[in-house]
Design a protein around this ligand. Structure first.
Ligand SMILES: [Zn+2]
Length: 61
């Protein structure tokens, strides 16, 4: 199983040590998985202040 990481900065979920979206550090300690397809319609996405579609973590330590 691939261990996914999450960016501390933008909450992007990735396999990389450095986030490919913002270049920030990613960590393995994160909780909650959020998949945002439509940022305009997604209430959860708005709450999490997500502006671009993609995979995100809800909580990153
Ligand atoms: Zn990032």
């Amino acid at each position: 199983m691939i261990k996914l990481r999450a960016c501390r900065n933008c909450k992007n979920v990735t396999e990389e040590v450095k986030c490919e979206k913002c270049g920030g550090d990613t960590v393995m300690e994160w909780k909650g998985y959020l998949f945002v397809l439509d940022t305009d319609r997604s209430l959860i996405g708005k709450k999490a202040r997500i502006t671009t579609p993609g995979e995100y973590a809800i909580k990153v330590r």
